[in-house]
Write a protein that binds this ligand. Structure first.
Ligand SMILES: Cc1cc2nc3c(=O)[nH]c(=O)nc-3n(C[C@H](O)[C@H](O)[C@H](O)COP(=O)(O)OP(=O)(O)OC[C@H]3O[C@@H](n4cnc5c(N)ncnc54)[C@H](O)[C@@H]3O)c2cc1C
Length: 467
């Protein structure tokens, strides 16, 4: 890149914030253009509708964010963000049975997405070389040299019908998420639409915040009841938040969408593979309405295959690769890609090189999530290949072994959190452990949850009367 005067980031959610952070190391001026206005404090906003659902960070992702924003982890501690010991604090029903509650294997942070974004924005927006413009939408790219190089964007006030104005830049980064219009923007510059792989498990989420019932007593801090594909399509998570409340996110694949009525939500929870989550929330006081989200299809835009990818343009985050969110990997992929963007600039590489690296940054998450999606017969996408079936069978063995062997458990969690490649699960030492634990009995299910004994007695009376 000949000049490093000005870079523009389009979209100021997690991928855009992380990209902007990296670009401030390399450009004299960085402008972040965001369609929404940001809330004053740690709150949800319309442009990140998924933020009202459960968001977690695995250990690896947390390390990447801490590397970009030193001190962030300490801030989480001060804000009361639950730091779960995995799997000790998590009652976890996997597709292959209950997981033993080993201590010291890994950790997981669970928080409201509004809090995370706010903490990151506060750190980033203090940067002197960054200008943030909110309430503006980018409509297209501008280009020169016979459209071989992007030279900026056209933007206008959100909702205004005025003609969009140009803003010049040496680099434009698209971070506009799943509904990115970058393929159309590139088409206007004469590029063919990129190849795209779409795998859609027809998954829907519904979530609600609850107050933890008074006197609630359990030996777990969080619950995760996973689906058992292909027959059991429902997953439920109940996780603590930084303000001491619970968030409950339910999801169903194959159009088995959780309902958004009070009874429907509870009924869906009762239909999970174990009633422990239902038992925990049925007497809990709801704090929010139930919200739903169904925009979950996996897509992978193959920008890495485009030979005439323009100079001066890069795409990051869900705009490039978005997948079933159930494994909590999207922000880690965004962080990995942001680091690749930094490498591109530090090593003076091309944006085409970067898109190839961004593709790789999403590969592990894509393999894991789409591999699971393909277990459901309703999932829409290209035909399931034999090697996907073989891999899924191997994964089942690994998951079962991870339920009883802390070393395999650690490796599996590292793979889910993208700290190691998924193939690291099947290195010889691991394979020996996986095979060696085949006959180790699985732990029993949990004892019934004793919530507030008073509430429990009231509910039993109400149940008896209803009968
Ligand atoms: C239900 C659900 C749960 C999830 N849970 C997790 C989790 O536990 N852990 C995890 O790591 N990830 C999770 N994810 C994924 C995570 O939310 C995303 O990967 C992450 O937000 C990064 O996305 P992004 O920044 O690329 O895009 P988005 O978050 O979609 O943001 C796009 C931004 O671009 C702006 N924008 C759009 N168009 C324009 C325009 N034309 N001009 C200007 N601005 C524009 C939008 O307003 C928005 O701010 C989850 C996703 C879903 C759907």
């Amino acid at each position: 890149m000949e000049s490093r005067e000005h870079a523009i980031v389009v979209g100021g959610s997690m991928a855009g914030l992380l990209a902007a952070r990296v670009l401030t190391d390399h450009f004299a001026q960085v402008t972040l253009l965001e369609r929404d206005t940001y809330p004053e404090g740690p709150a949800d906003r319309p442009g990140v509708a998924q933020g009202r659902h459960l968001h977690v960070l695995w250990n690896h992702g947390l390390g990447l964010l801490e590397g970009l924003f030193p001190g962030l982890e300490q801030e989480f501690v001060e804000r009361g963000v639950p730091d779960l010991r995995l799997p000790a604090d998590l009652l976890w029903l996997t597709s292959q049975g209950w997981r033993k509650r080993f201590d010291g294997v890994s950790r997981l942070l669970t928080f409201s997405r509004g809090m995370l974004d706010h903490a990151v924005r506060e750190r980033l927006f203090a940067h002197e070389r960054l200008t943030v413009r909110t309430g503006v939408e980018v409509t297209e790219l501008t280009a020169s040299r016979g459209n071989r190089a992007v030279t900026g964007v056209r933007w206008r006030e959100r909702g205004a019908h005025a003609i969009a104005q140009p803003m010049d830049a040496d680099l434009v980064v698209d971070a506009t998420g799943r509904s990115s219009r970058a393929p159309e923007w590139l088409a206007k510059l004469g590029r063919p639409f990129p190849d795209e792989t779409r795998i859609d498990p027809l998954l829907g989420y519904a979530s609600r915040r609850f107050a933890v019932p008074e006197g609630f007593d359990a030996d777990w801090r969080a619950l995760y009841i996973q689906a058992g594909a292909p027959l059991h399509k429902r997953t439920g998570g109940l996780f603590p938040q930084e303000d001491g409340t619970w968030i409950c996110s339910l999801s169903g694949a194959g159009r088995d969408y959780p309902a958004t009525t009070d009874d429907g939500f509870l009924g869906f929870a009762r239909g999970l593979r174990h009633p422990v989550l239902y038992d925990a929330i049925k007497d809990a006081e709801p704090l929010t309405p139930i919200v739903s989200y169904r925009h979950t299809a996996g897509h992978r835009r193959h920008y890495e295959r485009m030979k005439d990818w323009p100079a001066g343009f890069a795409a990051i985050g869900d705009s490039v690769c978005a997948f079933n969110p159930i494994y909590g990997q999207g922000m880690t992929v965004a962080a990995r890609s942001a680091l690749e963007l930094g490498r591109m600039l530090a090593e003076d590489r091309t944006t085409r090189w970067y898109q190839q690296r961004a593709h790789r940054a999403g590969s592990g998450a894509w393999l894991i999530s789409t591999g699971e999606d393909r277990r459901y017969t309703d999932t829409q996408g290209p035909p399931v290949r034999a090697h996907t079936r073989a891999l899924n069978a191997a994964v089942d063995h690994a998951v079962r072994a991870a339920n009883v062997d802390p070393v395999v458990c650690g490796r599996l969690i590292d793979a889910l959190g993208l700290g190691v490649e998924p193939t690291a699960l099947f290195r010889p030492g691991m394979l020996r452990r996986i095979l060696g634990s085949r006959n180790v009995p699985l732990p029993d299910g949990p004892p019934p949850v004793i919530a507030n004994p008073e509430a429990r007695r009231r509910t039993s009376r109400a149940d008896a009367e209803a009968r």
